[in-house]
Design a protein around this ligand. Structure first.
Ligand code: AMP
Length: 401
């Protein structure tokens, strides 16, 4: 089965074409990204086993982007399909599924309507996801299209973990609550961790640390997410590239008053100018911060804050899980930064977390990085959200054949 996995952002389309025999036997036959959609400098970067090319050309919208993707898959030197008819199903990453979607679903008119209704909750993310779905329905007609939601894995949070301590009527009126994000990634690495540990997921207590430009941790008890650090939006929680994570909400009103800022302007500051970039004043990329740390106080401070806040979440999740079997690091920072992994884990020996410095040098591959005498197994597991989307799509589409 040929499954196209599509991830539409506001100005990007990322995609992978999977050739799947079954859930565990698959090959990625092509992948790529269309960048800067609707803005000057747009380009397609496409790779298949046969060839690679980059095409700089205007891409005014997501539909044109997907036309280019299909052309790259079905013609020229990178041709891996004889025509669009060879695509059997399409899997879409959808950021927000609200309270309605706690698993992946076949996209019907009603489902698309419900995804539109969630756009209020994710105004930056859901609209491009919807554009991608609509374009694929037109360009690849008559095949199952499946939605895989970033929020779905956290649908198991108990009520006391997702209700905020604000007047309850706002939950009833606007569905203001903790949703959590990166669910596809947390789910994938939790499943891999169980495999690596050689134990059933259903008996494990795990903390999964997704640390990329966005950062979220999840407490996973017996395979179910019971708490996660991102909340109503991806702004809550740990220190991120440009997002502030947890702050005292009173800071918002203080800033509005002192600086004469509008709500939108403060939102922009907290989303785009805070986090690693805001503290360091250097960059949102932790690589630059690690390079600058030996001679720059604010760079060192940034790394200290990242580690300190991560420890606090690990301690909190250890408490609610009633102990811990596995701790997983994933995404850009989690997979690549021995320094940040080490600085998070050091001082947590009393929780049974003992890092092995030699094993911790690993980058971008699955590995155990704790010592043999560590009570908690600490792992690096590269995330693979596309594979989860392809597998869910395969499962749903297969049933329709
Ligand atoms: P992601 O959002 O998962 O693509 O992660 C992107 C982030 O990962 C970048 O902004 C960097 O902060 C971080 N990152 C990627 N590679 C490295 C590395 N080799 N060392 C430290 N941080 C890295």
């Amino acid at each position: 089965m040929n499954i196209l996995v599509v991830n539409c952002g506001s100005s990007t389309v990322k995609y992978q074409l999977f050739r799947m025999e079954d859930e565990d036997r698959y090959e990625v036959v092509a992948r790529g990204i269309v960048e800067r959609i609707g803005i000057p400098g747009s380009r397609l970067e496409h790779r298949s086993a046969l060839d690679t090319f980059v095409e700089d050309r205007p891409v005014p919208n997501h539909r044109v982007a997907l036309e280019l993707v299909i052309a790259a898959l079905t013609s020229g030197k990178t041709r891996v399909l004889s025509g669009v008819g060879e695509i059997d199903a399409v899997g879409h990453r959808v950021v927000h599924g609200g309270e309605k979607f706690t698993g992946s679903v076949l996209i019907t008119d009603e489902v698309l309507e419900a995804i539109r209704a969630c756009a209020d909750l994710a105004p930056l993310h859901n609209p491009p996801n919807i554009l991608g779905i609509e374009a694929c329905q037109e360009l690849i007609p008559g095949v199952p299209q499946v939605a895989v939601f970033d929020t779905a894995f956290h649908g198991t949070l108990p009520e006391y973990a997702y209700i905020y301590a604000i007047p309850y009527e706002y939950y009833e009126k606007y569905r203001i609550r903790r949703y959590g994000f990166h669910g596809t990634s947390h789910r994938y690495v939790a499943e891999r961790a169980a495999k690596m540990m050689g134990r059933p997921l259903a008996e494990l207590r795990l903390i999964t640390c997704h640390m990329g430009s966005g950062v979220s941790f999840a407490a996973i008890l017996h395979g179910k997410s019971i708490d996660t650090s991102m909340g109503f939006t991806p702004l809550e929680g740990l220190v991120m590239g440009t997002r502030c994570g947890d702050i005292d909400p009173a800071i918002v009103f203080f800033l509005m008053e002192k600086e004469g800022l509008s709500a939108k302007e403060v939102e922009e500051i907290l989303n785009k100018k805070s986090g690693v970039l805001g503290i360091s004043g250097i960059s949102s990329d932790t690589r630059d911060i690690e390079d600058a740390a030996p001679h720059n106080h604010r760079a060192r401070l940034t790394l200290d804050i990242i580690a300190y806040r991560a420890k606090k979440y690990i301690g909190a999740y250890y408490a609610i899980l009633g102990g811990l079997d596995g701790l997983v690091f994933t995404a850009g920072i989690g997979e690549n930064s021995p320094y940040i992994r080490k600085s998070i884990c050091s001082g947590l020996e009393h929780l049974g977390i003992l890092i092995d410095d030699e094993r911790n040098t690993v980058r971008r591959k699955e590995a155990l990085i704790s010592r043999d005498d560590s009570r908690v197994q600490v792992m690096v597991i590269p995330t693979n959200e596309e594979l989860v989307i392809a597998r869910d799509t395969w499962r749903i589409a297969r049933g329709m054949r």
